[in-house]
Design a protein around this ligand. Structure first.
Ligand SMILES: Nc1ncnc2c1ncn2[C@@H]1O[C@H](COP(=O)(O)OP(=O)(O)O)[C@@H](O)[C@H]1O
Ligand SMILES: Cc1cn([C@H]2C[C@H](O)[C@@H](COP(=O)(O)OP(=O)(O)O)O2)c(=O)[nH]c1=O
Length: 197
């Protein structure tokens, strides 16, 4: 089973992901961007304020394709639980926002980015969405790069809302404004329910 953690920068995904290691010691814990050279290319692009939005989308997507083929699918084929800190919804929410704010001639960015994935990707079985307002997210993340700005994160959050609305059965929304302990507790309960079904 493939479980993904999604939310804005600073919403607490990595904190939750680390806490889950003790609860599911046999699971594969992974993340996007990955630590492969594709992931390195993605981080170079994040640090480039002038990166072309479409070029950036395809870098993230290349990293995802490699992650899927060499990490996620092999573990799923062995019947393991896979928990990924960010996955395809991050592209749908973030790159759709970047493309919409650019002068790229793409009429429906979110649908376009989804469409690129539909040919080859493997959707998550369930997605934990850590819901946090853009300002608190940017405060927590520290506004260290072009992605961690309140206005941009508001647009990303709207896209996440559209994704949740489109597939309410896949998403579990967690209120991420609460303490780390309360958030971790809610995620652990939600995951126990999902894995029980
Ligand atoms: N529920 C929370 N309340 C307050 N601060 C938090 C909470 N969860 C995480 N943090 C802090 O916010 C920052 C970002 O958390 P992190 O887990 O790295 O988020 P993400 O992986 O979503 O960017 C870290 O400094 C972390 O200690
Ligand atoms: C996986 C992924 C990440 N990102 C962005 C979100 C983050 O700002 C940045 C780095 O991801 P990450 O290291 O997960 O950041 P954080 O822990 O702060 O949430 O990459 C995308 O824009 N698209 C994607 O597909």
């Amino acid at each position: 089973m493939l479980i993904t953690l999604e939310g804005l920068d600073g919403s607490g995904k990595t904190t939750v992901w680390e806490a889950l290691h003790d609860v599911y010691p046999d699971a594969l814990f992974t993340r996007e961007p990955t630590d492969s050279w594709y992931g390195d290319a993605v981080y170079r692009s994040i640090d480039d304020d002038d990166a072309d939005p479409l070029a950036e989308l395809f870098l993230y997507t290349a990293d995802h394709a490699d992650h899927l083929a060499n990490t996620v699918r092999p573990a799923l084929d062995e019947g393991r639980l896979v928990v990924s800190d960010r996955y395809s919804d991050s592209r749908f929410a973030y790159q759709a926002a970047t493309i919409a704010a650019s002068d790229a001639d793409v009429a429906r960015p979110l649908e376009y980015v989804r469409g690129i994935h539909s040919a080859f990707s493997r959707p998550p079985d369930a997605t934990i969405y850590l819901d946090l307002d853009a300002r608190t997210a940017a405060d927590r993340a520290g506004r260290t790069n072009k992605l961690e700005r309140d206005g941009y994160l508001s647009a990303v959050r709207k896209n996440y809302e559209r994704l949740v609305e489109a597939e309410p059965e896949r998403f579990v929304r967690i209120d991420a404004t609460r303490s780390p302990e309360a958030v971790i507790d809610s995620v652990e309960r939600a995951l126990a329910d999902i894995l029980d079904e």
